[in-house]
Design a protein around this ligand. Structure first.
Ligand code: ZN
Length: 426
């Protein structure tokens, strides 16, 4: 497999729009990660925890309600699945919004989207009727109807569509405030068979909404591209690949990157597309410091239970999300839970599916000492080691392991480098 030693000269550094204040809200947000893998079910939940207790209470209630209804449906060893991921949106220093995407598979799949808009200044979680008056709601319904009819007139000719497009508050309760408009979500089987979104600029409604419109994110050329470290890999010496899944995390990934940089070591980060979009600076840092980024899908659903169209969506949305930030398309895919079949292979379209040779089970034990001693006792030349950069204990373990493995004589390389240079590589 060909490895890239250059970084695209068009690599760009995303700067926060306007001034640094949006960054403040982002820095305060933490991601709660819950992962379970047992014979009865698979679970991957990632949701935000903020400094605002009113907002947290609502988010946690939605998560617990969803998880509770999932657990009630467990009755046999079937490897049912529960999945939650989220998107974040900011408007100035005042409004932060989250969209929680929730999915069950208990023989049949169920999905929902819950949104939360928080006004920091008023310390209040806003509903759509706090944001729109009667006139604006009417104007929104007219706008939405015209928009969808222009897209596909035929698909709008259903009773379901007519009842859910009307100017009723409950039809538009799933919304977030972005930097230049409102984004509405319509789950599957509400307006149409598939989930649908509608974006409405603040000034598209009559009368216009009073949110402050921000200029779009500005991009500037990144000046340090040529300073990417040159690597010397000796095919005769032992090597291994550390891999970190499910991130990046704004709490833990940076400290792992620090340890890698301090020890002239590289790793591979199998990122979720949903998390990549919220942490562009971390992805750019990964690339600039000689690490590799792999595709771990957008939402962390088990691919083998999804339709071909949805598998493709998961892969392509993540490829694009990573490309938009780094100007590189990943060559590697690691399917969540390691689950793959012929359909997944087909949808990978020639990109390498990567498993692991050592599972630290860091998500289960959350014990840095245990991770370090397990790796130290079992590591061998050519290993691909599975960890997750979304836990404090994993970040602690990594900062100990990286210099330790170097001392033991291992070269810490990316997965693509391992494949290219190791005698057991592909
Ligand atoms: Zn994973």
């Amino acid at each position: 497999m060909k490895i890239r030693y250059f970084v695209c000269p068009f690599l760009i550094l995303c700067l926060c729009s306007g001034c640094g204040h949006n960054e403040d809200i982002r820095m305060q947000e933490q991601t709660v990660v819950s992962m379970t893998k047992n014979p009865q079910y698979l679970e991957s939940m990632q949701y935000p925890q903020t400094p605002y207790s009113k907002l947290n209470q609502e988010i946690q209630k939605a998560v617990h309600d969803w998880q509770g209804s999932f657990l009630l449906q467990l009755h046999a060893i079937h490897q049912y699945e529960n999945n939650i991921y989220y998107e974040a949106f900011y408007n100035g220093d005042r409004y932060v919004s989250y969209a929680l995407h929730m999915y069950h598979n208990t023989g049949k799949s169920q999905e929902d989207i819950k949104t939360f808009v928080y006004d920091k200044q008023e310390d209040a979680v806003l509903r759509i009727d706090n944001v729109l008056d009667e006139k604006q709601l009417q104007s929104l319904a007219t706008y939405a109807d015209a928009y969808f009819k222009k897209q596909d007139l035929q698909a709008c000719n259903t009773n379901r569509y007519r009842s859910h497009i009307s100017a009723a508050i409950s039809n538009y309760e799933r919304f977030v405030v972005t930097n230049d408009g409102l984004l509405f979500y319509f789950p599957a089987n509400v307006l149409f068979d598939n989930e649908t979104e509608l974006f409405v600029r603040f000034d598209a409604l009559q009368p216009p909404l009073a949110f402050e419109k921000e200029t779009a994110s500005t991009y500037v050329p990144y000046g340090d591209i040529l300073n990417e470290p040159t690597k010397h890999i000796d095919p005769q010496k032992p090597m291994l690949a550390l891999t970190f899944d499910d991130g990046p995390s704004n709490q833990y990934t940076a400290s792992i990157l620090d340890a890698l940089k301090d020890n002239q070591a590289s790793a591979t980060f199998f990122v979720l597309g949903s998390n990549a979009a919220r942490n562009p600076a971390l992805l750019q840092r990964m690339v600039l410091e000689g690490n590799e980024i792999g595709n771990h899908t957008y939402s962390h659903k088990q691919l083998t239970t999804l339709s071909k169209g949805r598998i493709e969506e998961e892969i392509v949305a993540t490829q694009e999300s990573i490309f938009n930030i780094t100007h590189l398309y990943p060559d590697l895919i690691r399917p969540p839970y390691g689950s793959k079949n012929d359909m997944v292979l087909q949808c990978a379209q020639g990109k390498q599916l990567v498993a692991w040779t050592m599972d630290t089970q860091d998500w289960k034990y959350r014990d840095a000492k245990r991770i370090v001693s397990y790796v130290e006792e079992n590591v061998k030349d050519g290993d691909i080691i599975l960890m997750h950069d979304v836990y404090a204990t994993t970040a602690q373990a990594a900062t100990i392991l990286i210099p330790l493995l170097k001392d033991l004589g291992y070269q810490l390389v990316t997965v693509s480098e391992l494949y290219a240079y190791h005698p057991n590589g592909l």
